[in-house]
Design a protein around this ligand. Sequence first.
Ligand SMILES: C[S@@+](CC[C@H](N)C(=O)[O-])C[C@H]1O[C@@H](n2cnc3c(N)ncnc32)[C@H](O)[C@@H]1O
Length: 269
Amino acid sequence: MTEEDAILYRWEQWRRANTQYPGARENEIRRIYTLAHPRPGEKIWESGTGNGCLTLPLIEAVGETGEVVSTDVQPENIKELQEAVTARGLAVKALLLPVEQPLLSSEQYENYFDAVCSIATLHHFDDRLKRPGESGRIEALETFYRMLRPGGRLILSDVLGDTETSRYFDTIDTPERAAPRGHPHDFFTKERLLGLLQNTGFKNIRFECTDVPWKFVSEEEARWFVHTLHNATVSEEESFAVAKKMLGFKEKDGHYELGWGLFFLEATK
Ligand SMILES: C[S@@+](CC[C@H](N)C(=O)[O-])C[C@H]1O[C@@H](n2cnc3c(N)ncnc32)[C@H](O)[C@@H]1O
C-alpha cells in the first residue's frame, strides 16, 4: 500500500467509527451545535467535514434560504457528505481542497459568512513531520477572520494543549497506535490561542474547556470505536488499555463513558 492509500484508509476508518456509532461523540457535537446556534438563512463555513456529523444538522438549520460550505482535504469525506446530502434532498457546497492549500482562498468568500464552525480540525493544519510550528494554524485563524462578515461568529472547538486529551494524543503518536503516521500534531494552550485570536482581530472571545465524554453502550463498543477511529494496528485490547488508563472509563446511568475534553470558543469579527 502506498502512503497515500494508507492515509485514505486511515480516514475511511475514522468515518467508519463515527458512522457506526453516531452517539459516541454526541456530547461534543451537541455542544458545538448549541454554541453555533445556526439560524435559517445564514451562510456558514464548516472547516473539516469528517463524516458530516455536524454538517447535516447545520444544513437543516439554515434551510433552503441559507448556505453551508463544508471543506475538507480528504476526497472520500467530501464524496460521502455529498451522497448523504443528496439522499436527503438537501443542498451543500462540499469542497475538496488540496492538502497544501486546505483553506478557502477565493475572494468571493471574503466578508461572506455569518459563521465559521470547526471541530477537531484546527490541529491538523500543522504537521510535525512536514511543516512544523504554528504557521498552518495561524493561517487558518486569519482566513476564518477574513471570510467572516463584520460581526460574524467564529465557533471553534479542538483539543487544548497540556490536558489529558492532548497527552493521550501524544502517547498514541506512533504508527502502531495510529497508522500510518502516528498523530504528529501540536495543540495550543489557552493563553497562546487567545493571544492569537486577539492579534487576528477577533473580539468578544468566550472560552471554555469542557468534559464531553464519549458514550458507549458497552466496553466492547468503546474498544472497537477507539481502535478503529485511530486506525491502530496493535490489538484492540492494547489500544483500549492506553485510552482507559489515560482518559478514564466508567459506567454511568446505564451507559459507559470514556473521558474526553475539548475547548469550545465563540468570538466575533
Ligand atoms: C478529527 S477529523 C474532524 C472532522 C469533523 N469536524 C468531526 O469532528 O467529526 C479532522 C479533519 O481534518 C481533516 N484534515 C486532515 N488533514 C488535514 C490538513 N492537512 N489540513 C486540514 N484539514 C485536514 C480531515 O480530513 C478531517 O476531516
